[in-house]
Design a protein around this ligand. Structure first.
Ligand code: ATP
Ligand code: MG
Length: 395
C-alpha cells in the first residue's frame, strides 16, 4: 500500500463563517493537533492557502491516524494525499500514473479527472489538464474507462503552490471544532443517555465541563469510577473534561426524610440542577446539558421537565429530548460508551426511587413540599458545593 505523507482535511460549515473563518480554522488545527498528540508519530498540522493539511514527519500507523482524525469535530473529509512540487506537466503525469498504479491494484475501473487550477499562472487550464491526463491514463492502463457521471475513481488534481493528487475522501464526523461555541455543564450520570448528550452538544463545538452527583455509600466507588470512565470516552471527542464530583448523600437523605417519597425524584433533581447551575456559573459555562428524553421515565414527562427546569436561570440543553432509546443506544455504541454505561452499578436515582413517583407534578405543590427543607437545605447545598472534588479527565 502507498505510504501517504500528507492528508488534506476538508471542512464544510466552518468554511462559511466570513471574517471569523480563521477562528474556526485555528480551532480545528488545535483540535487536530490534540487528537494526533494521543497517538504515535510526529505530525505537522498547518494551514496553507485556506486549506488544512496534516503532514506526517515520522513513521505512523495509517488506521490510527484516520481513527484519530475521525474524532475531530469540524472535519467532514480526510483525503490521503500525494503532494508534489510543480516540475512541469510531464512530471505531473508521471506522478499521476504511479499514484493510480499503487493505489488501484485492479485497473478494471471507471474514472474521471477533476483538475482545479487555483494558481492561474499554470500553463494549462483545468479542462486541458482533465483531457490530457485522461488520455495518458487511458494510454497507460487500457482497462480503465472514462465515466464523467458516476466514476469509481475521481482523480482530483489541485494546482496550488504545490500540486495535490488525491482520489479518496474518508468521512469525518462533521460538526464544529471544540472551542468555537463556549462551554456547557454536562450533568453526567452513569447511564446511557447523558454521555451521548455530552457527545452531541460537543459536536457543535461546545466545550464540556461535567458534574456528577455521588451518593456514598448508596452508590459505590465503582459507580463513580464508571462515570469517570464515561467522561474519558466522551473526552476522545470533546477534549479534556473537568469533572466535578458532588457528594450528594446528606441532601438526598434530608429530602428523603422530609418530603413525600413520590416527589423525591423531582425535588432531588431540582436541587441537582441548582447546584450544577451554581458550578456552571462559577466556571463560565453558559448552559446545562442533560440526557433527558421525553417520556423515558416519570421525571421526564413534559410536566416534570418543566418543574425541574424551573430552578434554572441559564438554559438547559437536552440534545436527546426527542430521541427514542434505541437511537440513543445506537450513538452510545458508535462512540463506545454503551458497554460502560450498561455495567450494573447502582445509580443514586434508582436507590431512592419511589414505587409510584408523580408523573404530573404541580410546581406549587412541589414548592410547598420543599418548604419542609427550609431549615437545613441552604447549608447542605453550601457544604456540597464547598466540598466538590474536581478532576480533569483526558482521553
Ligand atoms: P442517563 O441514562 O443519562 O443516566 P436516565 O435516563 O437514567 O439518564 P435520569 O436518571 O432521570 O435519566 O436522569 C436524567 C438526567 O439527569 C441524566 O441524563 C443526567 O443528565 C442527569 N442525572 C441523573 N442522575 C445524575 C447524577 N447522579 N449525576 C449527574 N447527573 C445526573
Ligand atoms: Mg440514569
Amino acid at each position: 500500500m502507498i505510504k501517504y505523507k500528507s492528508f488534506l482535511i476538508k471542512y464544510a460549515e466552518i468554511g462559511v463563517k466570513g471574517k471569523n473563518k480563521y477562528i474556526f480554522e485555528d480551532a480545528l488545527v488545535r483540535q487536530i493537533r490534540l487528537a494526533l498528540n494521543r497517538i504515535d508519530g510526529e505530525y505537522n498540522v498547518h494551514k496553507e492557502e485556506g486549506r488544512i493539511y496534516v503532514d506526517t514527519l515520522s513513521d505512523y500507523d495509517y488506521e490510527e491516524v484516520i481513527k484519530a482524525l475521525q474524532c475531530v469535530f469540524g472535519i467532514v473529509g480526510i483525503c490521503p494525499l500525494v503532494q508534489i512540487e510543480d516540475n512541469g506537466f510531464e512530471d505531473l503525469c508521471e506522478k499521476v500514473i504511479s499514484y493510480i498504479d499503487e493505489v488501484y491494484e485492479n485497473k478494471n475501473i471507471t474514472f474521471k479527472v477533476n483538475a482545479r487550477r487555483a494558481r492561474k499562472n499554470y500553463p494549462l487550464e483545468s479542462m486541458e489538464i482533465n483531457r490530457k491526463v485522461g488520455e495518458i491514463i487511458l494510454d497507460k492502463f487500457p482497462e480503465m474507462r472514462v465515466d464523467v457521471h458516476n466514476p469509481m475513481l475521481m482523480l482530483n488534481i489541485e494546482i496550488r503552490k504545490h500540486i495535490n493528487i488525491y482520489s479518496e475522501t474518508l468521512k469525518g464526523p462533521g460538526g464544529m471544532p471544540i472551542g468555537t461555541a463556549g462551554k456547557a455543564m454536562l450533568l453526567l450520570s452513569g447511564g446511557i443517555d447523558s454521555p451521548v448528550a455530552g457527545y452531541m452538544i460537543s459536536k457543535r463545538g461546545v466545550e464540556l465541563e461535567a458534574t456528577y452527583f455521588h451518593t456514598p455509600p448508596y452508590t459505590s466507588e465503582r459507580a463513580k469510577q464508571k462515570v469517570m470512565d464515561l467522561a474519558k470516552k466522551v473526552a476522545v471527542y470533546s477534549g479534556p473534561i473537568r469533572l466535578n464530583i458532588v457528594d450528594f448523600t446528606d441532601i438526598q437523605m434530608y429530602i428523603y426524610e422530609k418530603c413525600p417519597h413520590d416527589e423525591l425524584t423531582i425535588i432531588m433533581k431540582r436541587v441537582m440542577f441548582k447546584i450544577a447551575e451554581h458550578l456552571a456559573k462559577e466556571s463560565g459555562a453558559l448552559g446545562l446539558v442533560t440526557g433527558e428524553s421525553i417520556g423515558q421515565v416519570s421525571s421526564q414527562t413534559l410536566q416534570s421537565l418543566g418543574v425541574i427546569n424551573e430552578v434554572c436561570t441559564i438554559p438547559v440543553f437536552r440534545p436527546v429530548i426527542a430521541f427514542d432509546k434505541q437511537d440513543i443506544v445506537d450513538i452510545a455504541i458508535k462512540i463506545d460508551t454503551y458497554e460502560t454505561s450498561i455495567l450494573p452499578y447502582e445509580d443514586c436515582c434508582t436507590t431512592f426511587v419511589a414505587k409510584h413517583p408523580v408523573t404530573k407534578p404541580n410546581i406549587n405543590v412541589i414548592k410547598k413540599s420543599e418548604e419542609k427543607l427550609d431549615e437545613k437545605i441552604d447549608e447542605l447545598v453550601k457544604t456540597a458545593i464547598d466540598t466538590v472534588k474536581a478532576v480533569t479527565i483526558e482521553a
